[in-house]
Design a protein around this ligand. Sequence first.
Ligand code: FES
Ligand SMILES: [Fe+2]
Length: 446
Amino acid sequence: MSTVRAVTILEDGAAAPTGTATITAERFTSPDYMHREAEKLWPRCWLFAGVAQDVAEPGDYFVFDLGPESIIVSCTEDGTVAANYNTCQHRGARIAVNERGAVDAFVCPYHGWTYDLDGTLKHVPDADRFVQGTPCDRLSLKSVRVEVWAGTVWVCMDDDVPPLKDFLDPMIPMIEPFRMEDMVLAVDQTVSLDCNWKAVMDNFGELYHVEHIHPQHETIFDCPAARTELWAGGHNRVLIEGFTVNTRLPIPDEVPASQHLQMKAVGMDPEDYRGRVLDVRRDIQIKKREMGPKLGFNYDRLTDEELSDIVQYNIFPNIVMAIQPEEVWIMRSRPHATDPNKCYWDKFTLRMLPNPDADWSANISFNLSDKPIAAEDMERPEHENFTQDEVIAGKYSMTITVDQDVHLIRDVQKGMHSRGFSEAWLNQDEGRVQHYHDWIDAYMAD
Ligand code: FES
Ligand SMILES: [Fe+2]
């Protein structure tokens, strides 16, 4: 199988849709299209499987499910990370049925075939009844490529795809200064959505909707002024200035309340910025640089802009990574096993925790919602699974912004089923959506 490497590379800031993909409903609604994705798209990409902290000790494992596929990621005896298909070589049963845990070996629940932590077959009950033998080289679990980078674990089902670092080009040096490997998983959530997995990616591929469904953003981000970069491979990023306001709207006289807590955390008084709210961003950069080490945050590899702003990477085909110095959201869209009208949207919230020895006298977190806690006191959060209706009913939240997206997205899927919809009609601010679908087409055509 060849590797997709054609298609347009646009320059920094060239956000206009210049591609060729016609975005019709078929790619969101057709079971046949979904089956072709399982053949042509998913195996040929590196896929974010989970966080490295879940496979830190020998015996730790987690299961990564994607459509009909299921992969066990485990920490082996010697501390390396392995990945294998979650399928017993006897008669095909799923081996790991829990999503995460710690074991001495993987024992198939059906007839007890037992595999080492790296997937090697090590015990077959009544092996002498297999007169043809039970050769370990043939009957060990089928392995999957796996790489660990920046505290995250990635898998790839195709041996011909270039290594992860090539696949993620040029993002590696841009993301590494944020030190994700020093962050811990603080919240682990999955919502079931009634839409195709790409509909969510499209939602996170443009800021055109922000003023309509996320009105709170105008008090902390300047979305209309965001910069977009599109890259080969279908990846893109958008850089959004933070600690500011939407400069397309009237500039308020007072600093919006949504910025107060973080300003106070670094010793700034919002009152001092009356009549000059656009100065907050610059000064927060200065203050964070000064206060960061005292609060236990290591900002030494970050630029001034990275201290105040938010950068969102859309990693082809199904990851949205929203990065700020103290918190990273890794959001992931996973197809349903059989229905193109359903998907799972995972949100891993990673946090940089203050050094317990740091001067944290202010006792105010950067993360708005939580008090600081030392890393060693932090327990791995439970995985919360819930439905779109439970978010709409207010029983679960993935933060207000994501909740607003969740609220809306099934209606997009419904609309696309209508005879009244022919194809998407995109504007300049939706160039990332076009670029994304150009790359979907490139994979699907090859
Ligand atoms: S299917 Fe796994 S031991 Fe039989
Ligand atoms: Fe949104």
